[in-house]
Design a protein around this ligand. Structure first.
Ligand code: ATP
Ligand code: MG
Length: 422
């Protein structure tokens, strides 16, 4: 036992007991996304490393220090995907989905980032997401926001607040960068080493710093919203107008810049103060530049992705996980020669009742121990097949949760009777 191999640090097993919450999350996301007309897309977990450095950006935390990259046997540099937007765009380009068409897509799957593991931050984690293509206006951003908002509501989650901001067009972002760099240069000594480095590489990210010593210099920094060109300001106003009309509440957070390089115009995040430090449950926005950056013709794009583990924590904390359905029937067999008849009966029941959940006892054991297992399974009914039942072509039906007399039923009538009883 001393040298068992253990799971990789920062990665985790999702055990059967955890699955009700996961199923609830994934099932309701799938049906919700599809009800908005979003179609699923699945792309490989491994991609060429260049896909991520070209899309997310060389000087982002993800590409600089969080990727699981390796050289494969052909000498290609590959990476486990740290997020799925780049992969979706690559697939869209490769299969000609992004030529002037509109698309609404959703995805679900594991992502990998070599971060310091802590509660709500893992090295393999799951995301649910949505991506839209070919739609320029703020209307699609509003739709994405409505979809996510409805998702929290369907899950029954409370205390999730929406923050929005605009990064403006890439031109106005460029101009703002200069204003920002000038400001931080004037305040160079108030910056920590990380931010001094970012001043050269990715100055917007300084606004995102969590260092308490830097909060006042950040609070006094020039704001994006005061540096938007007219068109960018109009776009942002359109979004707020649709949200206001629908009565969705939000806060404009001028410091919201998001970690990835490819965003422009609208960015948004949903945050909660119920999860401690890892409080962002969903982030997204517009990334019009990305398709072109990856070699396609310029195309509009907007999307979001949410962290499943953080949402699962919220579901558990807020006691919103519904009890899973337990099994309907447990089939018990008595006597040495009943196994094959029991299985024949069980398979015929499954033919007739595709919805039935039935555990067929396996592994032998006394009648008493089988009945104990039947009870523990949560089944409502135990079917008992012994030699005398086989002789009579019947089966005994014992009600495990109700105060009702045990009855014998002809095997031929069993499916119809069970359907009435369950
Ligand atoms: P954070 O600021 O928490 O690092 P991020 O900006 O890096 O988040 P995104 O790349 O926008 O995150 O990913 C979308 C969502 O995925 C996040 O809001 C979060 O809920 C979840 N997420 C991101 N990284 C992790 C991780 N290492 N472990 C678990 N969930 C994560
Ligand atoms: Mg991060």
């Amino acid at each position: 036992m001393g040298n068992q191999i253990q799971v990789i640090r920062g990665m985790h097993d999702i055990l059967p007991a955890d699955m009700p919450a996961w199923n609830q999350l994934e099932d309701s996301y799938r049906s919700l996304a599809e009800s908005y007309g979003y179609q699923q897309i699945r792309t490989p977990i491994l991609e060429k490393s260049a896909l991520f450095s070209r899309s997310i950006g060389e000087v982002t935390d993800i590409v600089e220090k969080e990727m699981y990259s390796f050289i494969d046997r052909n000498g290609d540099s590959l990476s486990l995907r740290p997020e799925n937007t780049a992969g979706v765009v690559r697939a869209g380009l490769e299969h000609g989905l992004l030529n002037d068409q509109q698309h609404r897509l959703w995805y679900c799957g594991p992502m990998f980032r070599h971060e310091r593991p802590q509660k709500g931050r893992y090295r393999q984690f799951y995301q649910l997401g949505a991506e839209t293509f070919g739609i320029a206006g703020a209307d699609i951003e509003a739709e994405l926001i409505f979809l996510a908002t409805r998702f929290w509501k369907r899950l029954g989650l409370e205390d999730i607040d929406l923050q929005i901001n605009s990064l403006g067009s890439s031109e106005s972002r460029k101009q703002f960068k200069q204003v920002l760099v000038d400001y931080f240069r004037d305040n160079y000594t108030s910056l920590d080493a990380d931010s001094q480095r970012r001043l050269e590489t990715n100055p917007l990210r300084i606004l995102d710093s969590k260092n308490p010593d830097m909060q006042s210099v950040i609070n006094d920094a020039p704001q994006l919203k005061d540096n938007l060109d007219q068109q960018s300001a109009d776009h942002f106003f359109d979004l707020m107008d649709i949200l206001d009309y629908q009565g969705v509440s939000y806060e404009v957070n001028p410091r919201l810049v998001r970690g990835l390089d490819y965003y422009s115009h609208t960015v948004f995040e949903w945050v909660t103060d119920t999860l401690g430090a890892q409080g962002t449950v969903c982030g997204g926005g517009r990334y019009d530049g990305l398709v072109e950056q990856l070699g396609g013709r310029a195309n509009h794009a907007a999307g979001f992705s949410m962290g499943c583990e953080r949402l699962i924590s919220m579901l558990v904390n807020q006691k919103k996980v519904k009890n899973p359905d337990t099994c309907d029937v447990y089939l018990v067999m008595r006597g040495a020669h009943t196994v094959r008849v029991a299985h024949k009966l069980a398979e015929s029941l499954r033919d007739q009742m595709p919805q039935l959940t039935m555990l067929v006892h396996a592994g032998g054991g006394s009648f008493k121990s089988q009945m104990r297992k039947a009870d523990r399974s949560g089944a409502r009914i135990a079917l008992i097949l012994g030699e005398s039942e086989i002789e009579a072509n019947s089966v005994a039906v014992k009600f495990l949760r109700e105060d009702k007399q045990q009855i014998d039923i002809a095997q031929g009538d069993l499916a119809v009777s069970l359907a009435n009883m369950l």
